[in-house]
Write a protein that binds this ligand. Structure first.
Ligand SMILES: [Zn+2]
Length: 166
């Protein structure tokens, strides 16, 4: 963003209008956090990983989905070997999910996502979800994903527990 050279494990700022992630150095990242002085279309992607009680979602193609809120609208994203498929979530369905697991309401719009697998639910930084989409694209084989994709997903979710994704 400012041209400083970046270490691995650097953070991201999201352009809310273009929906684009930009790599940032630490000082730039802090500028666009919640508490940072800057306002406008740029926002730092959050850094928290919050485990929630299990959220029940039916019909998830590869066993994992994530949800991003933007104002009153919520979109569901279903990773697949071809990338992530996007679908609108009705207000009724979203309200039912929040009623079942009230912790969902704490999710910040656009910079955080609700990530749901068959066994676990998390509020995560949105860039962690894009990382997962990339891993699934790279490793998925055949109809059920195969052992490498399963290993990648298991590693991803245990990394969430350790706050180690990215
Ligand atoms: Zn910078």
């Amino acid at each position: 963003m400012c041209g400083a050279s970046l270490e691995s494990g650097h953070r991201h700022v999201i352009d809310l209008e273009a929906r684009r992630l930009m790599c940032t150095c630490r000082p730039c990242f802090l500028l666009f956090t919640h508490r940072g002085a800057a306002q406008g279309k740029l926002r730092s992607v959050s850094e928290r990983y919050l485990r929630l009680p299990k959220v029940e979602v039916s019909d998830i193609p590869v066993g994992v989905a994530f949800f991003i809120r933007e104002g009153d609208r919520v979109k569901a994203f279903y990773p697949s070997p071809a990338g992530a498929t996007e679908a609108n979530v009705s207000a009724e369905v979203w309200d039912e999910m929040v009623a079942a697991v009230p912790g969902i309401a704490a999710m910040e719009e656009q910079v955080e996502a609700l990530l749901v697998s068959r066994n676990e639910s998390w509020i995560v930084p949105v860039d962690a979800c894009y990382e997962l989409v990339g891993r699934i694209r790279r490793t998925w084989r055949g109809f059920d994903g195969g052992s490498e994709a399963r290993r990648e997903m298991d590693a991803f979710f245990s990394g969430l527990g350790a706050g180690m994704v990215q």
